[in-house]
Design a protein around this ligand. Sequence first.
Ligand SMILES: NC(=O)c1ccc[n+]([C@@H]2O[C@H](COP(=O)([O-])OP(=O)(O)OC[C@H]3O[C@@H](n4cnc5c(N)ncnc54)[C@H](OP(=O)(O)O)[C@@H]3O)[C@@H](O)[C@H]2O)c1
Length: 193
Amino acid sequence: MRKLSYYVAVSIDGFIGAPDGDAAFFNTYVHGEYLDYLRTEGADTLPTPARRLFGIESVPNSRFDTVIQGRASYELALAEGITSPYAHLRELVVSRSITEFPDPHVEIVSGDIAARVRELKREDGLGIYLCGGADVAGQLRDEVDELVIKTYPVVLGSGMPMFAAGFRIDAFALESLRSFDNGVVVRTYRRQR
Ligand SMILES: NC(=O)c1ccc[n+]([C@@H]2O[C@H](COP(=O)([O-])OP(=O)(O)OC[C@H]3O[C@@H](n4cnc5c(N)ncnc54)[C@H](OP(=O)(O)O)[C@@H]3O)[C@@H](O)[C@H]2O)c1
């Protein structure tokens, strides 16, 4: 079975962005040894323009071959005129409002997305990258097998949560922890089932 990994940037207080979801401020920390980490171990999760910028556009996938993201997250790429933001992965965008395929490489999915992810997990291949945002992650909470949490050294006070979901205690076991000289900490957790 393939795994669903929520690979996400958060503040110290656990928000994935401002209250409106804006997360661009995290990018100011992308330099030095942390940038090296993203270029190597995080390469599969980088959008196509970043891969091009970092000179790793044709690096083969090692961890993920599929990405799923909500329409609001996808919209950020569309606003830049990019219709296939993860061209190196199979791309699924969750939406009801998008009725025509914006790009032949992008599959639009809707409805019971947890069931769709369970189908994907049964297929052969590398892992499935859950890109976010909070709405889609909330609906896929039960399907998340792994969390890779990139914590940036900022406190926001309020903002968009990792999961738009109700209160429940789900246990995860810490598998690894990496810290970088810019204050970013990357923790990997595996769900305890
Ligand atoms: N920090 C990070 O690492 C990170 C990562 C990713 C995203 N983000 C941030 O997250 C923000 C977006 O998060 P969000 O929670 O607002 O939205 P989202 O989860 O990206 O997308 C929500 C949209 O997905 C569609 N949708 C959700 N469930 C659906 C279902 N079951 N069936 C059909 N369509 C469904 C709807 O689109 P329609 O209206 O088209 O139906 C809904 O408006 C962005 O601003 C981005 O910056 C941060």
